[in-house]
Design a protein around this ligand. Structure first.
Ligand code: 6PG
Length: 268
């Protein structure tokens, strides 16, 4: 990481303890956001790790602690597959959370992957603009229009973005050595990812970095070397895109289990 960036790191004895802490943080973010702005906007992560968190949020212990009528669910990225496809992040979230909570359908901002990938990215960006900047209708991108230029200060602030880490150093769908890593104007981009042989749609790094709170959920021994490299290794974001996530003003916390932190515990 760049030397002056020191995210908070919390290590848990096992995945269950990690997920409980993440659930409590989710509840706190939601409560604070709704108290302050009467709404909670969260971008969920995909993959396998957050399944346990989503299932926990749907249990009686947590589900009633969140005001779902003022909660808006987005995704940090999506695979360019239909929503019922086994690889779909939406499907994973539906099975573990959405099908079990009283969230109004209009509060679920699914990335509509039925369209061609670039149209998906443009439509999702328009939806984000309509949600975060309803006054800026001119900000809505029309087909084949040049993305509107915005300064970092114009970027909308998710109250919370959940992130996972791939063992190759990717996060969301920001994969090593891809064009999207250098995107500085768009909020959402699409890219064919050779490493996984599929199109992906993703929030861009500047969009993620504008979040008020970022919570990393990383568990398992297979992530340990990557975690050490990302947090303590040389700054090489083209190889380790997770290193791009250094929010300008927001809070960042890495929630790790013992296995994922085993390569650097002596550093803590
Ligand atoms: C995705 C995710 C991705 C994920 C990592 C870790 O769509 O796959 O957004 O960034 O968080 O690949 O995935 P696991 O939790 O399955 O290890």
């Amino acid at each position: 990481m760049i030397s002056n960036f020191k995210p908070e790191i919390v290590i848990f004895s096992d995945r269950a303890a990690l997920m409980r802490d993440a659930a409590r943080r989710f509840v706190t973010c939601a409560r604070d956001a709704i108290q302050t702005n009467r709404r909670f906007a969260v971008a969920l992560s995909g993959g396998a790790t957050p399944r346990e968190l989503y299932a926990l949020l749907a249990t009686p212990e947590f589900v009633t602690q969140i005001d779902w009528t003022h909660t808006h669910l987005f995704w940090g990225d999506e695979r360019a597959v239909p929503p019922h496809h086994p690889d779909s992040n939406y499907r994973m979230t539906h099975d573990t959370l959405l099908s079990k909570i009283p969230v109004p359908s209009q509060n679920v901002h699914r990335i509509r992957t039925e369209l061609p990938p670039e149209d998906v990215a443009r439509e999702y960006e328009n939806e984000l603009r309509a949600f975060f900047q309803p006054q800026s209708t001119q900000g809505l991108q029309r087909k084949n229009s040049v993305p509107s230029v915005f300064s970092v200060a114009d970027l909308p602030n998710f109250d919370l973005i959940l992130l996972g880490l791939g063992s190759n150093g990717h996060t969301a769908s920001l994969f090593p050595h891809t064009r999207v890593l250098r995107e500085t104007e768009r909020w959402v981009a699409s890219e064919y990812i050779d490493a996984v042989k599929m199109w992906r749609i993703t929030l861009t790094a500047p969009m993620i970095n504008a979040a008020k709170n970022i919570v990393w959920l990383v568990a398992g021994a297979d992530k340990a070397e990557t975690v050490r490299e990302v947090l303590y290794g040389a700054y090489r974001p083209d190889d380790l895109p997770a290193q791009l996530i250094q929010p300008t003003h927001g809070q960042v916390v890495w929630l790790l289990d013992n296995e994922a932190s085993q390569k650097f515990k002596d550093k803590s």
